[in-house]
Design a protein around this ligand. Structure first.
Ligand SMILES: O=C(O)CCC(=O)C(=O)O
Length: 274
């Protein structure tokens, strides 16, 4: 990945709310992530999101969050190597912190859509430099549930409340508008079919969604959420919390908060400044 390509991705990210970076995730990183996901699946600790939607299908959608806290491999993949460099380059930040990671497995034939939402409502942080990196660990054409984005939605003033992800129901006790549910054929909706090695990066305020998995292969993805240097703590009422967060006042800069919360800072190679 040379500077110009990352610069183009960054321009696309800031103008539309999301970008694709192709061929930037090396085989070693993919293999390490796949092994960590296989270990995780064996623990049986992923949540069955299909159950939230009362789905009786045999093909399931399962997910988990904060795997870096219990498996060092997830922490290494998120904070060293190419992934944080890509996000820092796109966000144009020279420091970057891991906020959380998530494994999302939509099995082949699972018809459940990921409903339109923005990540902002779930995150207890605020700022311009907030992004989610979505890394497929299997080929991910749009038909398998690669993400779709609403053009320019990161610039809207609307604040959306978090939902149950596979239904339009809000998480009880949260605040904000319910996100709109938009047809994938709308002219303002865009997305990228992805090969293993590609990834997308979207802003925390960008509305995004995914179809069911209409391909013949399971869609495993690692989604990693990061904060750049301009982020501050902002607690979102009712959203799932993080250990220690209750003692951090709103407005605390991420550099200080991360130290108290134990959120790791990524090791950057300097590519983001090229
Ligand atoms: O993988 C999915 O279906 C949704 C992932 C997502 O919305 C995210 O990581 O922000």
């Amino acid at each position: 990945m040379v500077g110009t390509e990352l610069g183009d991705a960054s321009d696309l990210f800031w103008s539309t709310g999301a970008c694709v970076v192709r061929g930037a995730v090396d085989r070693g990183t993919i293999d390490r992530a796949r092994e960590a996901v296989e270990r995780l699946v064996r623990t049986g600790s992923l949540a069955d999101l299909s159950a939230l939607a009362d789905s009786g299908e045999s093909a399931r959608f399962s997910a988990g969050v904060d795997h870096w806290r219990s498996d060092d491999e997830f922490r290494m993949v998120a904070t060293t190597g190419p992934l944080p460099d890509l996000v820092a380059g796109v966000l144009r930040t020279d420091r970057l912190w891991l906020y959380e990671d998530s494994v999302l497995i939509k099995e082949a034939g699972c018809s459940l859509e990921t409903k339109w939402h923005s990540d902002d409502g779930y995150f207890h942080v605020e700022g311009r430099q907030l992004a989610t990196l979505w890394v497929p660990l299997d080929p991910a054409p749009l038909a398998s549930g690669a993400l779709r984005f609403l053009d320019g939605s990161h610039r809207a003033s609307n604040r959306y409340r978090p939902t149950l992800f596979v239904t339009e129901d809000a998480i009880p006790g949260t605040e904000g508008e319910l996100p709109p549910q938009i047809g994938f054929e709308s002219p303002d909706v865009f997305g990228f079919g992805l090969q293993v090695g590609d990834c997308t990066i979207h802003h925390a305020r960008t509305l995004h969604a995914a179809s069911g998995n209409n391909s013949g292969v399971n869609r495993r993805a690692l989604s990693i959420r990061y904060c750049g240097v301009d982020s501050v703590i902002r607690q979102k009422v009712g959203a799932p919390s993080k250990p220690g967060l209750e003692s951090i006042p709103d407005g605390t800069p991420i550099a200080e908060a991360a130290e108290n919360l134990g959120l790791p800072e990524a090791e950057l190679s300097g590519i983001q400044n090229s």
